[in-house]
Design a binder for this molecule. Structure first.
Ligand SMILES: NC(=O)c1ccc[n+]([C@@H]2O[C@H](COP(=O)([O-])OP(=O)(O)OC[C@H]3O[C@@H](n4cnc5c(N)ncnc54)[C@H](OP(=O)(O)O)[C@@H]3O)[C@@H](O)[C@H]2O)c1
Length: 270
């Protein structure tokens, strides 16, 4: 496995294992530069969202670098306030990105209108505006509600996932139903990078704590999208394919779970 390696989604489309996250990457130069560094480091997968306000900068960087459209995987998301017209929302995102399709369009959060919006996403996929469709922040309860009525099984569920929030049951449920799990906040937003037990385990591998957290996701067979706006971190986070964590140390990392939710809590969603 290397940085160009991909997973095969349930709709046969391919998605790179590693992507660059862009939440809180300020629109304009900062995001554009972060994406350019990521492309230089070999990333071919960028995660954005309408609500991040930086789709334009992501699109500008991709164009600047001159990467053929089919060689890059772009995800964006339907924001909660836009469920009255998901088609309009996706077209606006595409216009900002300067692209005719995205590779993955996600329902950002399981708001009330999620089932009717899913039907619209199914149509948008048919219309060719998004190659794959998926969900984000869906719990097992939300998945169980969606799956029986869906004509298209979500290709992906993007959720908060790292050793400190190891959603083992959700992971197993998604895998069983052929929905690929994708880890957001894989670095616990930087909050745990000084945790002594993580630091000492990383030292054992002569790796950084971030690299260990990203590698843990990959070995769980979870797609992973660490965010950074710093060149050094972007390159470091990509250098995770030439070592592996032993079975014993994977179990040790699993034991770090403390149900630490740093982002929003979808278990309280309707
Ligand atoms: N679907 C959703 O609801 C949802 C929610 C949250 C996130 N996401 C997606 O997932 C992506 C990743 O999650 P996240 O942004 O919440 O957090 P994250 O990737 O877990 O952590 C990002 C933080 O870690 C720092 N960092 C990155 N690499 C580092 C390294 N090698 N050493 C030290 N610090 C490092 C970053 O700093 P700098 O940026 O200052 O370099 C930033 O402060 C988001 O950007 C977004 O694309 C989706």
């Amino acid at each position: 496995m290397d940085i160009s390696s991909t997973v095969r989604l349930n709709d046969s489309n391919r998605m790179p294992w590693l992507g660059l996250g862009t939440w809180r990457s300020p629109p304009g130069k900062a995001t554009e530069q972060a994406v350019l560094w990521a492309l230089e480091a070999g990333y071919r997968h960028i995660d954005t969202a309408a609500i991040y306000g930086n789709e334009q900068s992501v699109g500008a960087a991709v164009q600047k670098r001159g990467i053929p459209r089919e060689e890059i995987f772009i995800t964006t998301k339907l924001w909660n306030a836009d469920h009255s017209n998901p088609g309009k929302a996706l077209r606006q995102s595409l216009s900002k990105l300067g692209m005719s399709y995205v590779d993955l369009y996600l329902i950002h959060f399981p708001v009330r209108q999620r089932l009717s919006s899913w039907q619209v996403l199914e149509q948008l996929q048919k219309d060719g505006l998004c190659r794959s469709i998926g969900v984000s922040n869906f719990t097992i309860r939300h998945m169980k509600e969606l799956l029986p009525s869906a004509r298209v099984i979500p290709a992906v569920n993007q959720v908060e996932f790292n050793p400190y929030l190891y959603q083992r049951e959700l992971h197993e449920f998604c895998t069983k139903n052929k929905v690929w799990l994708e880890a957001y906040s894989p670095l616990a937003q930087g909050e745990k990078l000084k945790d002594p037990k993580l630091v000492s385990l990383a030292a054992k591998y002569s790796r950084s704590p971030s690299q260990l957290l990203i590698r843990w996701c990959l070995q769980k067979e979870v797609v992973v999208i660490p965010k950074s706006v710093h060149r050094e971190f972007i390159f470091q986070n990509a250098d995770v394919f030439s070592f592996s964590i032993t079975k014993e140390d994977m179990v040790l990392l699993d034991s770090f779970d403390e149900n630490l939710r740093l982002c929003w809590d979808p278990t309280v969603a309707p």
